[in-house]
Design a protein around this ligand. Structure first.
Ligand code: ATP
Ligand code: MG
Length: 237
């Protein structure tokens, strides 16, 4: 399948149309951004690492019955995906407190949460992706009904329990992650976008070393080394 027109360029990926109007080709870029693009960077090879990591994770989730947009891996940086209407809600699941949660609510960094906390954020860069409650989501027409929100929460928790266990077996703590969902032409909710060290926090289970985009956010070292470590652990049996 060949790339035709560029239909969207985001901070981390480009989307291209292809012969099949129901599908898109996603290209993973080497650009890095943090804090809604307040901080910008570039790491050669980052796109390929995220593409490979995301492919592995989406395939794993498919094996557990989660419907995803992934159709086919095309090469190191390109995926064939089902075109969806993205639900403009970033669904965040947290197992351990860090980042904005600690700042907003005064919870100490690294505290293991008593249950997986699901949060919704408005996918709106102009507004800086603000936190939403269920009523905000309905009021803003981000979903059709309350039951869609319940479905997003159910899927997010299910994805979390699959991934938490998987990463624990790789000596990685899944601290938190963000997922995006969309609806396909038949109205089915699919897991879309990517799951990678750009969208998850991974800490080494023994040392708590950060192996995710916090390496870039906080200038902790080489993004490439960290992301390669995540990919190697995923691929190791
Ligand atoms: N299957 C899909 N169909 C349609 N759009 C998708 C699909 N998967 C992901 N997207 C969208 O592709 C866009 C490009 O991804 P990228 O990660 O570069 O965006 P971003 O810069 O992080 O965020 P955004 O541009 O959405 O603010 C995102 O807006 C994402 O929601
Ligand atoms: Mg993105």
């Amino acid at each position: 399948m060949e790339k035709l027109d560029l239909v969207y360029e985001g901070k981390a990926k480009k989307l291209f149309s292809c012969e099949d109007g129901d599908l898109l080709i996603a290209e993973f870029k080497d650009d890095l951004t943090a804090g809604n693009a307040a901080k910008k960077g570039f790491q050669e090879g980052k796109g390929a690492l995220n593409c490979k990591i995301s492919n592995q994770i989406l395939k794993l989730l498919e094996e557990y019955g989660i419907n995803t947009h992934l159709v086919k891996i095309l090469d190191d940086t390109h995926q064939l995906i089902k075109k969806v209407n993205i639900i403009p809600i970033e669904v965040v699941v947290r197992n351990v407190a860090t980042g904005s949660l600690t700042k907003r609510l005064g919870i100490s960094d690294g505290k293991v949460l008593p249950f997986a906390l699901v949060e919704f954020y408005y996918k709106n860069d102009d507004l800086n992706d603000p936190l939403l409650n269920d009523e905000h989501c309905i009021m803003l027409d981000l979903v059709k009904s309350e039951s869609d929100l319940e479905e997003l929460k159910r899927l997010a928790r299910e994805i979390n329990s699959i991934l938490k266990r998987f990463f624990a077996s790789k000596n990685l703590t899944l601290v938190d992650f963000k997922v995006e969902f969309g609806t396909d032409k038949d109205g089915n909710i699919l897991l879309a976008d990517e799951i990678s060290p750009d969208s998850c926090r991974f800490w080494d289970s023994k040392t708590n070393e950060k192996l995710d985009k916090d390496v870039f956010r906080q200038d902790l070292g080489s993004v490439k080394v960290a992301y390669e470590e995540v990919l190697n652990r995923i691929l190791k049996g």
